[in-house]
Design a protein around this ligand. Structure first.
Ligand SMILES: [Zn+2]
Length: 282
């Protein structure tokens, strides 16, 4: 089968690799129908952050189940499934707590494991990892494409909004105008935020942020950005969504939080990837 292989900075090739097969009884083989390129893929693509030449890439995908191992119970051949950005066993201490991204047997697709930018994939821990898409979406290509961001960015933005405790009427800060930040903006509005301040740098994305519910946009960063937001909010916000993942953005998020407020921290990029021993699955 063909798959996208990282060969070094600015060099990703479509190459022939062995067909996906069942290796463990909990595996499924999925024919990939839709896949995304994520901002997380761009870090290694640009040569920022460790990624080993020869690794597959891609962690946002959905497709049709072609085969299941003997221990797979919740999926069958022909099911359309959507995957989160990582796989998890569903049984370890962390999975039991709902922290499947910290699963002791888990990992990100790509990053030395099977990748999602491929014709097919060996999906590990298929029962715990994959979600069956309701058959009602069949035949609606626009809807299928629209649900694809649930694989990562839409879920991540929503998670940031929920974990930062957004409540109706709140003032909310969203740091980052990438896909996760934009999805966080949508989520904050959906949860009833009254004022949503988005920090970013790209005019096109900030226009989209306004369409998605941002009431204010701030383009300055670092200390200046913090000062500006503190002034706008008269002391910071109760809910801050950190959707970038650099040290600068994390510091900004903490410094913009009102006393007693909460940061929903979902950014996960080069700074974290380089601390792999501390955050094994991020
Ligand atoms: Zn992603």
């Amino acid at each position: 089968m063909r798959a996208a292989i990282f060969r070094g900075a600015f060099n990703i090739q479509v190459e022939q690799i062995p067909d996906a097969t069942i290796l463990e009884p909990t595996d499924a083989v999925v024919r990939i129908i839709h896949a995304c390129i994520c901002g997380t893929d761009l870090w290694p693509y640009r040569g920022q952050g460790p990624y080993t030449p020869g690794w597959q890439i891609g962690h946002e995908w959905m497709g049709m189940v072609e085969d299941v191992g003997p221990e797979v119970r919740t999926l069958k051949r022909g099911d359309r499934v959507i995957a989160p950005y990582d796989f998890a066993d569903g049984t370890c201490e962390f999975c039991q707590k709902g922290l499947d991204s910290a699963c002791v047997q888990g990992g990100l697709w790509g990053f030395g494991h099977e990748g999602g930018q491929a014709e097919a994939i060996r999906a590990r821990f298929a029962d715990a990892t994959l979600v069956v898409v309701p058959p009602s979406v069949e035949g609606d290509e626009a809807l299928l494409k629209a649900i694809l961001p649930v694989t990562d960015v839409l879920a991540a933005g929503h998670h940031a909004a929920v974990t930062s405790g957004v409540r109706p009427g709140d003032t909310v800060i969203v740091i980052g105008d990438g896909a996760v930040g934009l999805c966080g903006t949508l989520a904050a509005r959906r949860l009833g935020a009254e004022r949503i301040i988005v920090l970013g740098h790209q005019a096109q994305r900030l226009t989209l942020a306004r369409q998605f519910g941002a009431t204010d946009v701030v383009t300055s960063r670092g200390e200046q950005g913090v000062r500006q937001v503190i002034e706008l909010t008269e002391g910071g916000a109760d809910a801050v969504l950190e959707c970038v993942g650099t040290e600068e953005a994390i510091n900004m998020a903490v410094n913009m939080t009102r006393p007693g407020g909460t940061v929903g921290f979902v950014g996960c990029v080069a700074d974290w990837l380089q601390r792999a021993p501390i955050f094994p699955n991020c």
